[in-house]
Design a protein around this ligand. Structure first.
Ligand code: AMP
Length: 394
């Protein structure tokens, strides 16, 4: 059983809390604050519920176990302090000797540990490092859904130092689990999966997993070319590896293959920088590459989406970062937004940024913050970090 923050008494307790503040930075400035913004409600609730100290921790980027000034959490500390109007003290490191003293000062409320991944022990789930992190709190809270598929100290090892009653899930994890479980355990029918993006091998398990419960599985984006190739269509210079065609053939010969729906036409170009042209049907001529789904396909996919009651969407329908090849992805976002009878769950980094870019994110049932984590949850039905929250490790 997971202890959710909403129902827990943490008054007067010191909380050590794992968040996902892994935001993109450019020249020391946060370029997209979504991940921090989504954590603010949990931080506010911890304050409201009377936590005596809140020590926040997160990773940022991939510093590979070494200090890197460019990946300091300093801009994050400043952003949270500005948003909440409370001082946030950033420590020199996650194992700084002064932290214990800092936590005994009556004035300090919010502490942010410096980037966890400046320490190689974080990713190796080192027991001494986990023990050190655990020593900063009476209670451990995890709200880092996007990192909860990783067996790292701050998500996994740390839990072994707390009784299960003192292991709590934050508001964001609660929301993510409710949305994912709605789709996976009791999807209203018709249930439609939409898988796009670029690499079949990364998503093969999710396709196999979804083919059972869904009524239709739409495959678009570069994911579609290995399937079209496996069916004997010509795909020109489109992204596609031999390995992916082998995987696609395997799926196309599996029990539920008839549920798979592929593009019937494409927007093509000589390369991503050249002008867009259209294919007449599934086939793409030799010197061209498919970069978006075509008009007939948009209509076909949108029609299926308009009748769905549950949709799970992962991966864009084309090279949406370039305007000429973004129409397919944005049209799918639009048809999801117009189907008010449907619960749509959008997961995976690129589909999330596509939906955000389309300006339609507020019409989606749920937008998952964790790309890899939501995929793994769909494949395996749980995550290491979620298991630790459920059962504890002590
Ligand atoms: P993934 O991480 O597998 O979801 O892949 C997302 C990436 O796939 C995005 O950067 C898209 O631009 C890219 N993508 C989607 N469709 C195509 C395509 N037809 N050709 C090239 N890249 C594509």
């Amino acid at each position: 059983m997971i202890n959710y923050l909403n129902t827990q008494d943490i008054s007067g307790k010191k909380v050590i809390a794992r968040f996902d503040f892994n935001v993109p930075l450019k020249d020391g400035q946060i370029t997209d604050s979504t991940r921090i913004d989504l954590s603010l409600d949990t931080i506010k609730l911890l304050i409201e519920k009377g936590a005596s100290k809140i020590t926040m921790m997160s990773h940022l980027g991939r510093p590979k176990g070494k200090f890197d000034k460019k990946l300091s959490l300093e801009p994050v500390a400043k952003y949270i302090a500005d948003k909440l109007g409370i001082e946030v003290v950033l420590t020199e490191s996650a194992t700084d000797r002064g932290i214990k003293t800092l936590l005994s000062l009556p004035t300090t409320k919010l502490v942010l540990l410096e980037n966890l991944r400046f320490h190689p022990e974080e990713t190796s789930n080192d027991s001494e490092f986990s023990r050190k992190l655990a020593s900063y709190g009476d209670v451990y809270l995890n709200d880092a859904f996007g990192t909860s598929h990783r067996k790292h100290s701050s998500v996994h090892g740390i839990v072994s130092h707390f009784d299960h009653k003192n292991v709590i899930a934050g508001l964001l994890i609660e929301k993510e689990l409710i949305a994912l479980n709605t789709v996976l355990e009791s999807p209203k029918k018709p249930f439609v999966g939409i898988i796009g993006g670029a690499k079949v091998s990364d998503k093969i398990k999710i396709i196999e997993q979804l083919l059972g419960p869904v009524d239709h599985l739409i495959i678009g984006g570069a994911m579609a070319y290995p399937f079209l190739n496996a069916k004997g269509y010509s795909i020109g210079k489109s992204l596609c590896s031999e390995e992916d065609v082998i995987l696609a053939k395997k799926i196309l010969s599996s029990k539920n293959h008839a549920k798979i729906i592929l593009p019937s036409d494409h927007i093509i170009a000589e390369n991503p920088d050249s002008a867009p042209e259209f294919s007449e049907d599934e086939n793409i001529v030799d010197e061209m590459m498919g970069l978006d789904i075509g008009e007939k396909t948009v209509a076909k996919f949108s029609d299926i989406c308009s009748k769905a009651k549950t949709i799970l969407w992962n991966g864009p329908m084309g090279l949406f970062e370039i305007e000429d090849f973004s129409r397919g992805t944005f049209s799918i976002a639009k048809s999801l937004s117009e189907n008010t009878e449907c619960f749509s769950l959008v997961g995976g980094g690129d589909s999330v940024s596509a939906v955000n870019k389309s300006g339609l994110s507020r019409y989606m049932g749920h937008i998952s913050t964790g790309g890899g984590a939501s995929l793994e949850y769909i494949e395996q039905g749980t995550l290491v970090g979620v298991q630790a929250l459920k059962h504890g490790l002590k």
